[in-house]
Ligand binder design. Structure first.
Ligand code: ADP
Length: 486
């Protein structure tokens, strides 16, 4: 009995133990199941995050590619200066890398009231014609788009009838339209779109296209500016050409008139010389008493006739020389001349007058400037005229200096005096024929106003230049150049 009760007790204890074990096992299983469920949730989360990450990465790659494309396009169009070429460049630089396989650009011609396509990618000619016709039939939206200066897209117009209509017209499921707004010329818009259902559009896409349309606008402005500059340059060149032609014609006319004048002076001088010679001849015969005794009063008149005909002959000869040198009829025998020698000869010739007026005549000819290529007698005439004038216009005890220096392949000769000087307005005029300065000395001193005109012709016939400087009361300097080589 005892044994039985022990067994029963043991069995009961074992059953109890088993029951409690079973209970804890079930609890464990429940815990395990729970943990497994949690792990499953986490795994799902990881997979979801991974997918999202991949998507973000893809979008990022797309954006980077788009940025590169944008940079490439903007670089290409910034070097292009012709409207159509700008759009060709956009096409050639793979605009589709911005993520849209379809592109269209329309510009609006206000005069014709018409939108014209400037670029199309992934559209057949028929499709393009149909789209152009549709846009021109209902321009309001596109003109408003230009005026608003804002980019619109499937996102900003989401849910509207308009975007559905646009998508239908352009054959896309996602569209962006951005105005092209150059400061001058035709404005318009760029359309980009895609039929790819996998595309996940976002606001950034519209921003990209906005940047692109701004760059196209800037390129169009540059092209306009270049065209303007080019046009005005062409205009200027044409004007210069016309003006040159006019001037050339005028110069030809001046040459003809000048030749006529020279010929006229030359023939008049010739005609004057013969009667002058006979007037002087008869006066001399009468003065010599060859035709009988001449009373003193008549002698006095005859002497005047003689003197005046001498002066007239001198004048006529000068005029004749001027016209002959001008027309190239006087051959200049250009040979090496020693300036020291020529200056000394002329100073000797005028030495009596210099002495009379107690005028000093220092000469300073630099060794490298002693030789010039010139016609001896013509060069002497130049010195006689200039030094003769200096003598006339320099008061007693004055100074007339002659100096010569080398300037490039020329010798510059300066003749300076301490005479009455030259007012600034007269310094060029005195080289014109018959021009004499209106001053007190000229009222008393005789002259024809031809000396310097002749000197100028002689110097220019030697390829030299002549000019005068000086101020009233201080003195004058006459300078001229002569070549050292032919
Ligand atoms: P002319 O001496 O016969 O009047 P020129 O042609 O030689 O003619 O000179 C023209 C004018 O230039 C002179 O009348 C004079 O007024 C001015 N002129 C020339 N040389 C001098 C000079 N050395 N000083 C001041 N005036 C001068």
């Amino acid at each position: 009995m005892l044994i039985l009760s022990i067994i029963i007790t043991s069995l009961a204890t074992a059953a109890l133990l088993l029951f409690s074990k079973t209970l804890s096992l079930r609890e464990d299983i429940n815990k395990l199941r729970h943990s497994l469920q949690e792990m499953d949730e986490q795994a799902k989360l990881i997979v979801r995050t991974d997918i999202e990450l991949n998507k973000t990465q893809e979008e990022l790659d797309k954006k980077v590619a788009g940025l590169y494309a944008l940079q490439r396009i903007s670089r290409a169009i910034s070097t292009t200066l012709e409207d159509r070429q700008i759009f060709k460049m956009v096409e050639a630089n793979h605009i589709e890398e911005l993520g849209f396989e379809k592109t269209l650009v329309f510009l609006f011609d206000e005069k014709q009231n018409l939108f014209t396509p400037y670029m199309h990618i992934n559209y057949s000619q028929d499709q393009l014609n149909a789209i152009t016709a549709a846009i021109n039939q209902d321009k309001t939206f596109y003109l408003d788009l230009i005026h608003s200066q804002k980019t619109v897209s499937s996102i900003s117009l989401s849910g509207t009838e308009k975007i559905k209509e646009i998508n239908r017209l352009f054959g896309s499921i996602y569209s962006i339209l951005s105005p092209v707004l150059p400061k001058e010329g035709n404005r318009g818009f760029i359309f980009v779109g895609t039929e790819d259902a996998d595309t996940t559009p976002n606001e950034g896409d519209a921003e990209f296209i906005n940047i692109l349309s701004n760059q196209i606008s800037a390129a169009l402005d540059n092209s306009r500016l270049f065209e303007k500059t080019w046009r005005s340059q062409q205009d200027l060149e044409r004007k210069v050409e016309e003006r040159t032609k006019e001037l050339r014609n005028l110069l030809d006319e001046v040459k003809i008139i000048s030749k006529r004048k020279t010929d006229f002076i030359s023939s008049v001088s010739h005609e004057l010389r013969t009667p002058l010679t006979s007037i002087k001849g008869y006066a001399s015969i009468l003065l010599a008493g060859k035709l009988g005794n001449v009373p003193d009063e008549i002698k006095e008149r005859l002497e005047k006739i003689n003197r005046h005909s001498d002066e007239l002959t001198h004048m006529v000869n000068d005029l004749l020389d001027i016209s002959r040198i001008e027309s190239g009829k006087v051959a200049m025998k250009r040979e090496p001349q020693d300036l020291n020698y020529i200056v000394k000869t002329v100073l000797d010739l005028l030495s009596v007058q210099f002495k009379e007026k107690e005028i000093s005549t220092p000469v300073e000819i630099k060794p490298e400037a002693t030789t010039v290529m010139a016609d001896r007698s013509q060069l002497e005439r130049v010195f006689i005229n200039i030094l003769g004038n200096a003598l006339k216009f320099t008061p007693v005890k004055g100074k007339i200096s002659v100096s010569a220096k080398k300037v490039d392949d020329f010798v510059q000769i300066d003749i300076n005096d301490t005479g009455c000087g030259l007012p600034s307005g007269e310094q060029e005029k005195i080289f014109e024929e018959f021009y004499r300065v209106d001053n007190a000395i000229n009222e008393t001193v005789k002259g024809t106003g031809l000396g310097l005109a002749l000197v100028k012709r002689i110097i220019e016939a030697h390829n030299g230049k002549i000019w005068a400087k000086g101020s009233p009361g201080v003195g004058s300097t006459f300078s001229f150049t002569l070549p050292q080589k032919i």
